[in-house]
Design a protein around this ligand. Structure first.
Ligand SMILES: Cc1cc2nc3c(=O)[nH]c(=O)nc-3n(C[C@H](O)[C@H](O)[C@H](O)COP(=O)(O)O)c2cc1C
Ligand code: SF4
Ligand code: SF4
Length: 254
């Protein structure tokens, strides 16, 4: 078994590590953007694939990974895990359908409510205490399902037809344009000091330094990793001002 995840602000990384290590403490848990991930997946029968839901859809980097490694999924057992800030309809179902197309046996879907990761929009911002409570509830849900999975029972979150209708009607129909492809909407303002941290963190290599300022290309997968980490709070995407830098490590270890 192996855990493979994509995570912008740390929520999905935490959930994947917790679930996988409860099931098998010797199993590997690796980020999708690491080159060797495909070789490791090829060696395993059971894969836990996890990502943050974006507008009830799978982040482009993850969708493209699945498609670009189409041969990898045949006859693999996959549990699709989607973390979310509020609601994701068929967040797990979206990758499940794609994986089935490539021959995977999707054994289950798990949705986990976590703190919101959209640093530059006020909506869904909660107090640190509320975020810690959300994480405790998420951890409990993971523990309960780890126990059931050990007994051969799998969650089916997001896999039903009505979940698909909910995801479509509540989100994808209206916001499909946002997740159709990589984004060119990252903005870097004059507060940038040119420290280069964002360029090292971006999983897409979408940021680079030009002189003493970071500049963005058109391959952003909207993970908010750079925005949540920039020491000058100089980067925005959906909004125009950083409201709060959202990172799992701000709440998770307390
Ligand atoms: C661009 C974007 C879109 C999002 N859309 C949704 C959504 O449709 N529903 C939801 O519940 N959460 C949504 N979220 C919140 C994240 O899915 C959630 O906070 C997730 O746990 C972040 O995980 P990460 O820390 O691993 O990146 C969105 C986040 C981003 C950045
Ligand atoms: S992390 Fe922030 S301050 Fe540093 S280079 Fe990137 S945008 Fe500029
Ligand atoms: S530019 Fe920032 S938000 Fe976009 S993919 Fe890179 S790290 Fe993520």
């Amino acid at each position: 078994m192996i855990g493979v995840y994509f995570s912008g602000t740390g929520n999905t990384k935490h959930c994947t590590e917790k679930l996988v290590h409860l099931l098998d403490e010797t199993a590997q848990v690796i980020p999708i953007e690491v080159k060797e991930t495909a070789e490791e997946i090829a060696r395993q029968d059971f894969i836990i694939l996890a990502y943050p839901v974006q507008y009830s859809n799978v982040p482009v980097i993850v969708r493209n990974y699945i498609k670009n490694h189409a041969a990898l999924w045949k006859n693999k057992k996959v549990l699709c895990v989607a973390t979310m800030g509020l609601f994701s309809g068929d967040g797990a179902g979206c990758s499940a359908r794609l994986l089935k197309k490539y021959g995977a046996e999707v054994v289950g879907g798990l949705h986990i409510l976590m703190p919101d990761s959209i640093c530059d929009v006020k909506l869904l911002k909660r107090s640190p205490e509320k975020n810690r409570k959300i994480i405790r509830t998420a951890d409990r849900k993971i523990e309960i399902w780890a126990e059931k999975i050990r007994q051969g029972r799998y969650p089916k979150n997001g896999l039903h037809f009505y979940d698909q209708i909910a995801g479509l009607l509540c989100q994808r129909l209206w916001f499909y344009g946002k997740t159709k492809d990589y984004s060119d909407q990252i903005k870097v303002n004059g507060a940038c000091t040119g420290c280069g941290q964002c360029t090292r963190l971006c999983p897409m290599g979408n940021l680079s330094l030009k002189g003493s300022r970071a500049v963005s290309g058109n391959r952003c997968t909207m993970c908010y990793r750079c925005i949540s980490a920039c020491p000058a709070q100089a980067i925005t995407l959906l909004g125009d001002k950083v409201v709060e830098q959202c990172r799992y490590d701000k709440y998770g270890s307390q």
